[in-house]
Write a protein that binds this ligand. Structure first.
Ligand code: URA
Length: 179
């Protein structure tokens, strides 16, 4: 009821790599585009560092970015079970249409609502599965930004995410038959 835009997703519909976050924040709600706020800028940089580009229209290095919920929960609270359940069919269809080679789940909320799993700290860095698609859970970029003023923690948590993303990069270089 309070949202300004419905934020469906952003990127190339035939991307090999898909990222799934939690839900639009204030900036995303304003612009109607996923991950364009501060967490989005960090995500865009991570995507670049992986050799992909969120503005690319070339299947080889394009990405698709979506969220569990398509409308901003008021005040950026976590989405409720009911809100996530209402939006999930849209996300499931997005995954079906994009058919990514790999999905990266960003944070505990995405892990919980897509795979019904808890414990992002334990699960991150380990391969999971969504209907035959390999899934790598990692920390949400907004979580990393919480440590911005604590340099040592910021670096160590970022390093964990980078290790997870390197696993994704290594897996995507394999021919699909060798997966
Ligand atoms: N955080 C998310 O999980 N998704 C967005 O689109 C923006 C911030």
């Amino acid at each position: 009821q309070e949202r300004h835009s419905v934020v469906c997703g952003d990127g190339f519909p035939k991307a090999r790599l898909m990222f799934i976050g939690e839900g639009p924040g204030e900036e995303e709600d304003k612009q109607g585009i996923a991950f364009v706020g501060r967490a989005g800028q960090l995500l865009s940089n991570m995507i670049k560092a992986m050799g992909f580009d969120r503005n690319s229209n070339t299947p080889e290095n394009a990405v698709f970015i979506a969220n569990i919920v398509k409308c901003r929960p008021p005040g950026n609270r976590n989405p409720s079970e009911q809100e996530a359940a209402a939006c999930l069919p849209f996300l499931q269809r997005q995954i079906e249409l994009v058919k990514p080679q790999v999905i990266v789940l960003l944070g505990a909320v995405a892990l919980h609502f897509l795979l019904n799993k808890t414990g992002i700290s334990k699960c991150r860095g380990t391969w999971l599965d969504y209907q035959g698609i390999p899934v790598m859970p990692t920390f949400h970029p907004a979580y990393l930004l919480r440590f911005e003023s604590q340099k040592t923690m910021f670096i160590s948590e970022k390093r964990k995410v980078w290790n997870d993303l390197q696993q994704v990069m290594a897996r995507m270089k394999l021919p699909s038959s060798a997966k």
